[in-house]
Write a protein that binds this ligand. Sequence first.
Ligand SMILES: [Zn+2]
Ligand SMILES: [Zn+2]
Length: 230
Amino acid sequence: MIVERFVLTPFQQNTRIVACSETGKAICIDPGEASPELGAFIASRGYDLQAITLTHGHLDHVGGTLALSREFPDAEIILHTGDEDLYYGLPQQPLFMGIQPDQMAALGFDYEDPPALSRNWVDGEIYDVGRLKFSVRHCPGHTKGHVVLAEETEKVVLVGDCLFAGSIGRTDLPGGNYEQLMESINENIIALGDDFTVYSGHGPETTIRHERISNPFLNGTYQLSKGKYF
Ligand SMILES: [Zn+2]
Ligand SMILES: [Zn+2]
């Protein structure tokens, strides 16, 4: 399994190309913005990009879908149905992040309509990339339709904005829900086991064990009901 990271957008989002080392089949997980680096990397390795796989519909994760799908028109585009409104509403997303229409172009947030999705993720499906088998887990809480992709042989989980090294995803944007996010993290990410490597949508990679022990949202240091650290 090959995982290559590209840090894109003013949000320092982690766009990843994940490939099967035996077959060269590859996916791009969350193309955050149009970047010539992505296509150049795929071409230089001779990968067969079979899909653009989206963990959720936020602009910093889907903003590069149109550009990449123009370069690789045969690649499927897959997103959970719960985030379709966010995805197809991409040109309007900067507004609810407080960015004014006349600032969008200067900040690089003036989006065209994204391309049509090929299909939706199904919770529990096994998604093959060459010899890699990802189990797709619906993890609402950061957004309604967030999914994570777990490869159980390689012991890797790609968690998007559910979980970060030392933190968790924000739940104050439309569709966010703190209790739901904690349940998603505990049941669908932590339950995978301590030895899984965690690739997040922002920041460095970590492990389940490290987060279970040291992440203040997971080890009992922080509880929303108390509203403060103690
Ligand atoms: Zn997000
Ligand atoms: Zn993000």
